[in-house]
Design a protein around this ligand. Sequence first.
Ligand code: ADP
Ligand code: MG
Length: 247
Amino acid sequence: MAIIEVTNLSKSYGELDVLKQMSFQVEKNDVVAVIGPSGSGKSTMLRSLVHLEQINGGTIRVAGEVLVQDGSYSKPNEIKRIMSKMGMVFQHFNLFPHLTVRENLELAPKIVKGESTAEVRKRCLELLDKVGLSSRASEYPAKLSGGQKQRVAIARALMMNPDILLFDEPTSALDPELTGEVLQVMKRLAEEHMTMIVVTHEMGFAREVANRVMFMDKGEIVEAGPPEQLFTNPQFDRTKAFLNLGL
Ligand code: ADP
Ligand code: MG
């Protein structure tokens, strides 16, 4: 089943066409790495999926449900339900600085889903354990390293039991020595068959962990395919140039 189905998505800021009739699907258990130059529309694409941007045209379905069809959005309560199927992890973590790690994780499930404190606490402890941060539950984010913050952000996104996780350059703000611990957590999620879209510059990760790579340039998907094909035998000059393979 397609978890994400995008058809002819277009998005512009004024005169600037940022996404030009993009179409793609993400199947259950896919790990899709999205690569491409700065300004090619990768963040705008992810932000459109989670309704942080309003698109100008096209259709987005999430796990079969319509978020927007031919440019018309579903009703607010439907949008809210669809949003809870997706978790997003940002480059700059976006943790709530005035809440502890545990409070960061527990907030949304309690407020959005109205889950019981006991249920939420149990899952919180399990997920902190999964990202190796059980001992930091009572800390405030400012006390954590960048890598730890990002692992908290991943655990927080998982608290809603999403059908898919979206990552926007999750390691780009980190010192090089801290990227490994975050990529390791993401790799483990992939091994557990979490469906993911990962915008990344980490070509090693894309090659090793993704089952599909999508190369974007100037608001279009130029080329997509299995990593071994896209990295070793790209079909288009723009892809070759980006991968620095010579023309
Ligand atoms: P990427 O994530 O691939 O670097 P973005 O999606 O951030 O690309 O940006 C794509 C294009 O849209 C860029 O030209 C950028 O300047 C422009 N853009 C992004 N956000 C806005 C905005 N809020 N207003 C106007 N232009 C924007
Ligand atoms: Mg970006």
